[in-house]
Design a protein around this ligand. Structure first.
Ligand SMILES: *Cc1c(COP(=O)(O)O)cnc(C)c1O
Length: 339
């Protein structure tokens, strides 16, 4: 294979050699099998296509300093996809099947795991689809669970730099007691319009307010949000937020550094009292925020007056990356080493 230009890969889809599939039929899960086909055969009346029975995950594998491949927080992703399945009445994938499928997909595509030092990684996308033909609104009785992988370049191609985000009140991503807490494809469909609008205006993401009262901070585009206020790590808590595994990991690292963590409602006005802010998720780990513009009121919250990422955000980012790359001790047992 021609050596890929790892450092300049986009966050896109590059074909790999195999993907892995497992079907739930007649009340049980079948074998975990690899295929070279990158299309799926699906009935035109499948519930995934009509009623949105589709859930997914996103995690990464890295080539470490010691040459070994590490998958970050596989078990957490296995638990979360089970919660998503229960949330929209799909069949939960047993943790053992999730583990086997993810490891198999990584191993069989080992040549696509970018080298240590490239800044690139292997993105792992597990997904589950409702497959049975159903015209009435009912959950499927058959499911396909599959795992595809693709190499992705470094998130920060121009360096770890803060960007501007905006607040808009004309769109909600999810409902107050809706599907926001689960990783369902439909939440993304519901966020596309706001996201495009924000990009057109020059912002990297929308900082959503809580969908009930529009008083509290919620998610930042398809990522969680955290801020540093007087030395504390604060992050919004609400039933419409997807529990980000990156956020959970950063909270643990913050505690390890002796930083207090508060997960609670954060009123919008508190943005004028913070010293640092970032969006967090698997793709970027932490994407620092420079300014937050409230498009409806015209108010601008300048988080980073000098345009530099904050010191605590930078330290949290570096520590998490070091664990993923095997440069720092994995004291909490977050990595699965692929033998
Ligand atoms: C996947 C996702 C995140 C980030 O979760 P990680 O586990 O950190 O990657 C945040 N918000 C939404 C809406 C998501 O779908």
């Amino acid at each position: 294979m021609k050596e890929l230009d790892w450092a300049n890969l986009a966050f896109g889809y590059l074909p790999t050699d195999y993907n892995v599939r497992c079907y739930f039929r007649d009340g049980k899960w079948g074998p975990v099998e690899a295929t070279t086909s990158d299309t799926i055969n699906i009935h035109m009346a499948a519930t995934a296509l009509h009623y949105g029975q589709e859930i997914f995950e996103g995690l990464k594998a890295f080539r470490g300093k010691d040459g070994k491949i590490r998958i970050f927080r596989l078990e957490e992703n296995a638990h979360r996809i089970q919660e998503s399945a229960k949330g929209i009445l799909m069949e939960p994938v047993p943790e053992e099947i999730f583990r086997e499928a993810v490891i198999k997909a990584v191993k069989m595509n080992e040549r696509f795991v970018p080298p240590y030092g490239s800044g690139a990684s292997l993105y792992i996308r597990p997904l589950e689809l409702g497959m049975s033909a159903q015209v009435g609104v009912k959950p499927s009785t058959e499911y396909l669970f599959m795992v595809l992988v693709t190499p992705v370049g470094p998130y920060f191609k121009e360096g770890f730099r803060p960007t501007n985000i905006c607040i808009m009140r004309d769109y909600d991503r999810v409902a107050p007691k809706g599907t926001g807490r689960w990783k369902v494809g439909g939440n993304y469909a519901a966020s596309l319009m706001a996201g495009e609008h924000a990009h057109d205006l020059g912002y990297s993401a929308v900082l959503y307010l809580d969908p009930r009262e529009k008083k509290y901070l919620d998610e930042c585009g398809p990522a969680n949000f955290f801020a540093i206020k007087d030395g504390k790590y604060i992050t919004p808590a609400s039933e419409s937020i997807l529990p980000s595994i990156t956020n959970k990991s950063l909270q643990q690292i913050a505690r390890d550094m002796g930083i207090e963590v508060e997960s609670r409602h954060i009123p919008l006005e508190e943005l004028s009292e913070i010293q640092e802010a970032a969006a967090c998720g698997t793709a970027a780990v932490a994407s620092p925020v420079a300014e937050i513009h409230d498009l409806d009121t015209g108010k601008k919250y300048v988080v980073s007056p000098d345009g530099e990422p904050g010191p605590i955000t930078t330290e949290l980012y570096n520590r998490l990356r070091a664990i993923q790359l095997g440069e720092a001790d994995d004291v909490h047992g977050w990595n699965t080493i692929v033998e």
